[in-house]
Design a protein around this ligand. Structure first.
Ligand code: ATP
Ligand code: MG
Length: 378
């Protein structure tokens, strides 16, 4: 197995589209890195450059310490599984999996052994004599993964391999890919636009936007310590709330002045933004950090506000409440304890847990509080 390293990698397509900009990325030997971002942000392009299917405009890519910029795809010792994996319709599952090895002139008994091993791992053994049209979507997907596994590559590359499956099957296959990663101990890069998939699958997650890498961290670090508004808003569902306003200093205290209410910043945040009094900022808070006062873990009169519930969505384990303040055109979403049972139109007292709050510079959209959150760097 091998680590994968991208040093200042860029891709400009003929015609001038800058698909990938100066990406630096280290995927450790045996780890699973998820590359996530919205459609068109450059995920597939990045993966295809690692695979050797796309020429690199600038920068270097190393696999297992070897510079592969000019190495042909077939000599890179990688296997790729695409969204639109086409199985050969006239071949059995066995032959589909064996085909690549046969092309590479592996001995018959070696092929047999590898296909049987992969089939067992993927629970395809009873299906080896079937043809693709006799398989369910999930089974066909497993065959596509099997074709990659039999190659015993140093690195697996997955490009949205589950997006053709229905939601339930996707969750199931996600678990299987995580298990496969455990069992094979292989280095894997997995591309998806689904942040839930990224969070649940990745040991580390790289968030990309407009061809630029935004942040690379463990799922929880991304969630708790986003470096900018894009990452903060992309990871998490419902997403982080942003309230635009400014900072005001009075004596030792720093307050955030929103359009309808102000909040008192805890010392940690206040010191981080000290010199920014009067500056436009976005206050960021996740839905679960806004509590119904009746069930709040702590009281905090300074940061308790009365806001009207516009929409109430009881989800069983929790209740989502869409709060509307008079001058905000966006709702603030709160994730309440299911014991709290507000009705639509009710004015509710809510407590903002300021220990969990974020502040962002509205111009650069960078976090002003990231440093103070003592996020471990990775
Ligand atoms: N062959 C090509 N020629 C020119 N531009 C391209 C080519 N392939 C991709 N692009 C452009 O490069 C950018 C990145 O594309 P890419 O396919 O890497 O995005 P992606 O993140 O994989 O998106 P998706 O989630 O939709 O698959 C897009 O603007 C896309 O239109
Ligand atoms: Mg893509």
């Amino acid at each position: 197995m091998a680590e994968v390293t991208l040093n200042n990698v860029s891709k400009v397509y003929p015609g001038g589209v800058r698909a990938v900009n100066d990406v630096n990325l280290e995927v450790e030997d045996g780890s699973l890195l998820v590359l996530v971002g919205p459609s068109g942000c450059g995920k597939s392009t990045t993966l295809r450059m690692v695979a050797g299917l796309e020429e690199i405009t600038d920068g270097d890519i190393y696999i297992g310490g070897r510079l592969v910029n000019d190495v042909l795809p077939k000599d890179r010792d990688i296997a790729m599984v695409f969204q639109n994996y086409a199985l050969y319709p006239h071949m059995t599952v066995y032959k589909n999996m064996a085909f690549g090895l046969k092309l590479r002139k592996y001995a018959r008994d070696e092929i047999e052994r590898r296909v049987q091993d992969a089939a067992e791992l993927l629970e395809l053994t009873p299906l080896l004599e079937r043809r693709p049209r006799e398989l369910s979507g999930g089974q066909a997907q497993r065959v596509a993964v099997g074709r990659a596994i039999v190659r015993h590559p140093q690195v697996f590359l997955f490009d949205e391999p589950l997006s053709n499956l229905d939601a339930k099957l996707r969750v199931q296959m996600r678990v299987e890919i995580a298990r496969l990663h455990e069992q094979l101990g292989a280095t894997m890069i997995y591309v998806t636009h689904d942040q839930v998939e990224a969070m649940t699958l990745g040991t580390r997650v790289a968030v990309m936007k407009d061809g630029y890498l935004q942040q690379v961290a463990t799922p929880m670090e991304l969630y708790d310590h986003p470096v900018n508004m894009f990452v903060a808003g992309f990871i998490g569902s419902p997403p982080m709330n942003f309230i635009r306003g400014e900072l005001e200093r009075s004596g030792p205290d720093v307050r955030f002045l929103g359009p309808d209410f102000s909040l008192m910043l805890p010392d940690r945040l206040a010191s981080a933004v000290e010199e920014r009094a009067g500056r436009r900022v976005a206050f960021g808070i996740r839905p679960e950090d806004i509590h119904d006062r009746a069930f709040a873990p702590e009281t905090d009169p300074d940061n308790t506000k009365t806001i009207r519930a516009e929409v109430v969505e009881p989800l069983g384990a929790e209740t989502l409440v869409y709060l509307r303040t008079p001058s905000q055109d966006e709702d603030v979403v709160a994730r309440f304890d299911s014991r709290s049972n507000p009705h639509v139109g009710q004015d509710i007292e809510v407590v903002f847990d300021m220990t969990r709050a974020h502040l962002f510079d509205l111009e650069s959209e960078e976090s002003l509080t990231y440093e103070t959150e003592t996020a471990p760097t990775v």
